[in-house]
Design a protein around this ligand. Structure first.
Ligand SMILES: Nc1ncnc2c1ncn2[C@@H]1O[C@H](COP(=O)(O)OP(=O)(O)OP(=O)(O)O)[C@@H](O)[C@H]1O
Ligand SMILES: [Mg+2]
Length: 317
């Protein structure tokens, strides 16, 4: 037995030492992030539950470490699947904050990338590109949107595989300082994992983001408006509920993202409506309120097609 073994043995707290998990929880300020998640995001109950469970796991792991109950750092790489605009990026940002507050990553920032940020066009370009991104993300979360595009088996000389190999290594060797979150459609992700078992085996948490129901989309609209000091008149809210019903059936529907875009256009129309009636003085209420006309002139009603293409190009922010 070496000296160090004896040293650690004397430090091990006796079995009946107590910890106050709740006090630990409070001092980590994780509750604040969870509250924010509840406040800012409508619905998503299964997702919120999973995030809370993960936070509990990490908290217990941290307390166990304090008690010298050594175990491996849990694998924290995750996969978020769901259609566009279901809140994946937003939740990833919160997850980064939680990991930071519990001491699992040093900085808690999120670096969001897609294939083009990782994979080069020419031989020799991919490794430096991928490594540069990893360097930026170290100490935080690397969020890879539509991660399955890294793998293009139909193209023999594709450099995506090279990027995957580097990522796999880092995910294994640096897992106490970098958490990777893969995001994208569920079916494509399943196929990707099928062909890349190495990637699948490194990911411990799979979280599925369901599409929003119409009533949830309306609640999201109300929340988004309130955040910007707008609101629907009662009639406008009815019109927007109809808008949601129609828009959901059309192509490129992108859940909450389509709602945000629709509200941006409604605000534009409201401004024009107010400007057109510029002869009269406006009240605060006028400035805040969206009316049915601001919604009903959408092409969704007249032509049965979206005003713009909402979901085709996912935004990563
Ligand atoms: N449940 C929700 N409640 C309120 N706002 C939401 C909710 N889900 C998403 N949003 C809002 O909708 C927009 C799109 O969300 P986010 O970017 O997180 O989705 P995403 O799943 O990453 O989409 P994409 O696949 O298109 O990147 C953001 O402005 C976000 O704040
Ligand atoms: Mg996103």
């Amino acid at each position: 037995m070496s000296e160090t073994d004896e040293d650690t043995q004397t430090e091990i707290p006796p079995d009946d030492t107590e910890v106050d998990l709740e006090a630990e929880f409070h001092s980590s300020n994780v509750q604040e992030v969870l509250d924010k998640l509840d406040r800012e995001l409508v619905g998503l109950i299964p997702v919120k539950t999973r995030i809370r469970e993960t936070a509990a796991l990490l908290l217990v792991d941290r307390v166990r470490k304090q008690m010298q109950l050594s175990s491996e750092t849990p694998t924290l790489h995750m996969c978020f699947t769901g259609n566009p605009g279901t809140g994946k990026t937003t939740v990833a940002l919160r997850m980064a904050e939680i990991l930071h507050r519990l001491g699992y990553v040093r900085e808690g920032h999120l670096v969001s990338v897609t294939r083009d940020d990782l994979v080069g066009q020419y031989i020799g370009h991919t490794a430096p590109k991928t490594k540069e991104v990893i360097k930026k993300a170290m100490g935080g979360v690397l969020f890879i949107d539509e991660a399955y595009y890294l793998y293009r088996p139909e193209n023999e000389r594709d450099y995506g595989q090279e990027s995957i190999e580097i990522l796999l290594q880092v995910m294994e060797n640096n897992r106490d300082d970098l958490v990777v979150i893969l995001a994208g459609y569920k079916d494509k992700m399943d196929r990707f994992f099928h062909s890349n078992p190495g990637m699948r085996s490194r990911i411990a948490h799979h979280i599925d983001f369901p599409d929003y129901r119409p009533d949830e989309l309306l609640a999201i609209a109300r929340l988004m408006l309130a955040e910007q000091n707008y609101r629907f008149s009662p009639e406008a809210e009815k019109a927007f509920a109809q808008y949601i019903e129609k828009r959901r059936q059309l192509e490129h529907f992108a859940n909450a993202r389509s709602i945000r875009n629709a509200l941006d256009r409604a605000r534009l129309r409201q401004a024009n409506r107010l400007f057109a009636g510029a002869g009269r003085k406006l009240t605060k209420r006028d400035l805040m309120t969206l009316e049915p006309d601001d919604i009903l002139v959408s092409r969704v009603f007249s032509e049965g097609r979206p005003d713009t293409v909402d979901g085709a190009v996912p935004e990563n922010t």
